[in-house]
Design a protein around this ligand. Structure first.
Ligand SMILES: [Mg+2]
Length: 368
């Protein structure tokens, strides 16, 4: 059973409402959906959603890297050679983690479908029953964010993550207003998406103390792990690293510098599941609990993250909220907007709606 054909669809996923964070606003989501067909008749599905502010990749650059450089490495190879694929891919082209992730996810899905096992069985086996999802709220006015937080509590969410990274004064106001709107016992998490300096971060954290923020995600600029370490060392608040931590080497730097208490692993930064799982293992050895985060992804990449999250004891939270934000998806998500429940279906556990993929497509490439 070897790989005979790979298709790539560039699709635009419509959002229910625009998504605004510190460094960008998104009206819709540009995604690359990959299908890897093997001679066994199975198709494995993968996806890349790039963030040019994080990995430097764009929709079109990832398309070209996949179609011209990486996908041809797989033709004629068996699906289980995932380690060999990563070594060949790294030798062929450095970086480009989201392009590599798309193929890594499709290979894992293909292998699990061929074995007729759910993907989590190949990633260590189930260790969590189900995944509770947070509600992620865009950076808007304090009043609007509080209104959305109140709505989310009524819908049954048990954790709220708010996007900040504006001026410290405005952000302190947002934290206070959102906390007032939350039902008792609902967790409040903050993600500044690099929007503060180290001193601003410490100012916000100090003023936010009465509001019980569970953790503060990536308060400072991506390029300065030292600055993140400075914040971490100066406060008792829990600090989570996100944008600077792509793969294992970054994880080692966090550990050496004691730069953060938690790490947000994303498949689009780690080049897929292969390295992400090792990052979670390394985190466990260093007493750094991890979250599995996501870009705003369709059910394909979201579920790849979910299978990893449900299979690893050191993954204590997730941010797999892409499908809940989409007005149209390429498959039916198992669960609802507030949780993901994975059953024993093979692979990612979804049937891809190929007509929907074609409807949303802006371009298509075939590699064989
Ligand atoms: Mg983040």
């Amino acid at each position: 059973m070897t790989i005979k054909r790979i298709t790539l669809h560039g699709i635009r996923l419509p959002l229910k409402r625009p998504f605004k964070i510190a460094y960008d606003t998104y009206e819709d989501i540009e995604s690359l959906v990959i299908g890897i067909e093997s001679t066994s008749g199975h198709t494995g599905w993968g996806e890349a959603v790039v963030d040019q502010h994080v990995s430097g990749e764009t929709w079109q650059s990832a398309r070209r890297i996949i179609a011209d450089e990486l996908a041809p490495l797989l033709i004629g190879k068996p699906a289980e050679d995932i380690g060999a694929f990563h070594r060949a891919a790294e030798a062929r082209v450095r970086h480009n983690p989201s392009a590599k992730a798309a193929l890594d996810i499709a290979l894992h899905d293909l292998l699990a479908r061929q074995c007729r096992r759910p993907l989590h069985a190949l990633l260590g086996g189930r260790c969590h029953e189900r995944l509770e999802l947070p509600c992620v709220i865009s950076m808007l006015s304090p009043e609007e964010m509080a209104r959305q937080a109140d709505d989310a509590c009524r819908q049954g969410y048990r954790s709220i993550k708010i996007k900040l990274g504006d001026t410290p004064e405005a952000d302190i106001e947002r934290i206070a207003r959102v906390r007032e709107a939350l039902a008792p016992g609902v967790a409040l998490r903050v993600d500044a998406n690099q929007g503060w300096s180290a001193k601003q971060a410490l100012q916000v954290i100090r003023h936010a103390e009465p509001y019980g923020v569970e953790w503060f995600e990536q308060p400072v600029f991506i390029e300065s792990l030292e600055s993140l370490a400075r914040v971490s060392h100066a406060t008792e608040a829990v600090i989570m690293a996100d944008e600077p931590i792509h793969g294992l080497r970054d994880m080692l730097r966090v550990i050496r510098l004691e730069a953060a208490d938690m790490v947000n692993i994303k498949l689009m930064k780690s080049a897929g599941l292969h390295e992400a799982r090792t990052m979670a293992e390394l985190g466990m050895a260093a007493d750094i609990p991890c979250q599995v985060g996501s870009m705003v992804e369709s059910s394909i990449a979201t579920l790849a993250g979910a299978h990893l999250a449900i299979a690893h004891p050191n993954i204590v939270a997730n941010d797999l909220v892409g499908p809940a934000m989409l007005a149209s998806d390429v498959a039916e998500m198992p669960g609802d907007d507030t949780h993901i429940a994975l059953d024993e279906s093979a692979g990612l556990g979804i049937d891809i709606d190929r007509d929907r993929v074609r409807e949303l497509s802006a371009f298509e490439d075939d590699i064989d």
